[in-house]
Design a protein around this ligand. Sequence first.
Ligand code: COA
Ligand code: AMP
Length: 642
Amino acid sequence: MTGKYQKVFERSITDPNGFWGEAAEQIHWYKRWDKVLDDSKKPFYRWFTGGETNTCYNTLDRHVEAGRGDQTAVIYDSPVTNTVRYYSYREFRDLVAKFAGALRKMGVGKGDRVIVYMPMVPEALIATHACARIGAVHSVVFGGFAANELSVRIDDATPKVIVSASCGIEVARVIPYQPLIEAAIELADHKPDKVVVLQRPQHEWALKPGQLNFYEELEKASPVECVPVLATDPLYILYTSGTTGQPKGVVRDNGGHLVALNWTMKNIYNINQGEVFWAASDVGWVVGHSYIIYGQLIYGATTVVYEGKPVGTPDAGAFWRMIEQHKVKSLFTAPTAFRAIKREDPNAELIKKYDLSKFEILFLAGERTDPDTLEWAQKSLDGRPVIDHWWQTETGWAIAANCMGIEYLPVKPGSPTKPVCGWNVQVLDENCKELPRGQQGSICVQLPLPPGTLPTLWNNDERFLKSYVTDFPGYYNTADAGFMDEDGYVYIMARTDDVINVAGHRLSTGAMEEVLARHQDVAECAVVGVADNFKGQLPVGFMVLKAGVTRPHEEIVKEVVKMVRDQIGPVAAFKTATVVDRLPKTRSGKILRGTIQKIADNEPWKMPATIDDPVILDEIKSALETIGYAAARKETAESGAA
Ligand code: COA
Ligand code: AMP
């Protein structure tokens, strides 16, 4: 018997025009589309060409006009500042309309870019929706990135305005943003016209000419109406790590994004209008874009801006307190957050203090949910569904999931379940041939991708083609490797590029290598992501020093650790490096990062046939042991921990 999921899925693949055309009826259009799927410029597929819409009208105005103006749109809960605030749809629409007016007064118009560098405050949502309202393109940069990373994004996006805040607040420290923003602008070739600053009492920013106060500008401005934009016009650019230090500017359009996210709210997450769906992520990541900034508001549900951590704000009961206080129906977070909770409260004692009767489903993504974390979450949550789902910045929404609004399929530990509607997932070998079930290969998606996915990279069609659609003609290359089992469940096992995943954050080892290589004493280096029980992976650096360098190695290590923190940011969590005499390479000179990683992880590895000098691998092994890394892993494996 074919289940409901299978039927809906098959229709999405065989009749994408009908499937997404119907889904698009739920969205407000100023002008209907000419074509649902436009394949006239393959492989640059576009959705809803000719259509005109406005994302902000769909997220705010239409709900107010439909009589839901008093419903809560946004809940702001900030344990680090002791604040809880609720915004109704009407209130939020009015704030956004005024800030849009302020941006317009600063000269921001349709198509202009605005960089948003803010902590988890509701003003980040006001700024992004205000951009959408006037057809400007926002680019949110994660607050954990340093000035240099921000400057690279400023040069690529060339924003007219940067919207920021006077500080961010981490558990143990207040982070003033002024030096960071000013250093980034100083480093960049492009100079924005204005910087708008949300003043926070924890640390004020002494404003200079060209730097404006967020609420003063908002109060002075007149509200403005939504501007119709093309469905294919860009809504935002979100930079993500690639193989090199130059991040990829993933573009999201307006029409396809509205249609797709609206569809996911009920079909994947089983959320209804008026219900609270909390994504405990950050506005700087794609999860934050889709399920803090946009998804809930497109659908008429309630979103949550949480300025805190799973632990330490104040304890490992923070998530349960939030769920009770705000009547959260579903929570979405990264497995690493649950590992953090488990580490502090292994028997989940704190859950018992709270009333979780409204809570139904836990969704996890950002990295593979390891079976131990899955089991602990299931047990701690009294058998409520715990749903791993797999996606990427590029895709904007889940490629594989258990579609809880369609049919709850049996959960298999280690798998994010099956491809979501619209995603024709296949596992291919290097000759682009589909592999039999159970065999590991490159996970690819047959083109066209569904709506809401990246149409291209910002100002870089060439890199889009090279990164995603060249290696496997006719397919999108996810750069994830894995397999599908006999039942069609997907398993994501590893990346095929130099991207690593640290505490649910996607980072480029290539970018870290570029920083290490800039150190005066470093001749050559490699950074690999090695397994870590808590953060999933951690970067470890290997450096070969220039001939004649006699300084103590600890000093050099300290310096490169500081360089990565200063130039990429604390989020890189780069704390370990070691000096080696040589790096293992193939005869053609390629560094064998994969082999180094396997040695560090105590995984079985084969001597690469093309290796230049096998002895070097022994040297790497002892270098790892010297920094306690391999030894620590061995101990963990023996103690049977995750
Ligand atoms: N601004 C400034 N610094 C930041 C920052 C921000 N927005 N976010 C993180 N950092 C800093 C942290 O303070 C930490 O600094 P430290 O080296 O001085 O301790 C460093 O960056 C590393 O941060 P992180 O990896 O987040 O570690 P953590 O110990 O602070 O927190 C978790 C661990 C698991 C609680 C946290 O990583 C988490 O919640 N991860 C989930 C990620 C996520 O939501 N991903 C999106 C997919 S759902
Ligand atoms: P990002 O673009 O930051 O969302 O990171 C995307 C990458 O994170 C994917 O390509 C995967 O490597 C990894 N990832 C995200 N979610 C999952 C998941 N549920 N299972 C396995 N890997 C995941």
